[in-house]
Design a protein. Structure first.
Lengths: 116, 110
């Protein structure tokens, strides 16, 4: 079974520029999550999709971050404009059914973003 | 506010010994607690989940305990090996969200 795919793996941009990350979840997984992991911290949930609908985006800084999951499969996360404090690893995860937190989440390798 | 504390940033353990990692939480009573392993440059990998009504869970060399009175979970790796070196994250549920601790970097010394 192929894992969660993310691209790019690394991105360096200057502040105020925009950037987009892509995630392809495990086939058949209805739920998709985007996390932000700052160096030395645990992952922080940004947004959760169930199929192509948003379940929870309460921790997404909506003035600069946006995410979509068209057709309930792939997802993109965008930052526009980026700030220095957005430097972090952005992790995508998916789970089969989602909702119940005992559902195992499968994480991708992450995209490491550096904002200069 | 909800707080999760993992005992130390880094832990050095001699190969063959048991490594014990601690996860303490405050201001909440989670129904579930999970442990993940994260290697450098990779995403977390799910290891074990324990429910509030379970005292202990085992999987091969791994053992997790959950003490809801102490608000603490202990994660044990017995007969530790250098390949067990990684960061271990605990996570718990709150308001239908999963909240992660900062993690403990475990080094198993040969």
């Amino acid at each position: 079974e192929a894992g969660v795919a993310q691209s790019p793996r690394y991105k360096i941009i200057e502040k105020r520029q925009s950037v987009a990350f892509w995630c392809n979840p495990i086939s058949g997984h209805a739920t998709l999550y985007w996390y932000q992991q700052i160096l030395g911290q645990g992952p922080k949930l940004l947004i959760q999709f169930q199929n192509n609908g948003v379940v929870d985006d309460s921790q997404l800084p909506k003035d600069r971050f946006s995410a979509e999951r068209l057709k309930g499969v792939d997802s993109t996360l965008k930052i526009q404009p980026a700030k220095l404090e957005d430097s972090a690893v952005y992790l995508c995860a998916s789970s089969y059914v989602g909702g119940p937190l005992w559902e195992t989440q499968y994480f991708g390798p992450g995209t490491r973003l550096l904002v200069l | 506010s909800q707080k999760i504390e993992q005992n130390s940033e880094a832990l050095n353990i001699q190969e063959g010994k048991t490594a014990t990692l601690t996860c303490n939480y405050t201001n909440y009573s989670p129904a579930y607690l999970q442990w993940y392993r994260q290697d450098p440059g990779r995403g977390p990998v799910f290891l074990l989940l324990i429910r509030e009504n379970e005292k202990e869970k085992r999987k091969e060399r791994l053992k997790v305990t959950f003490d809801t009175t102490l608000k603490q979970s202990l994660f044990h790796i017995t007969a530790s090996q250098p390949a067990d070196s990684a960061t271990y994250l605990c996570a718990l549920d709150r308001d239908d969200k999963i909240i992660f601790g900062k993690g403990t970097r475990l080094h198993i010394l040969p």
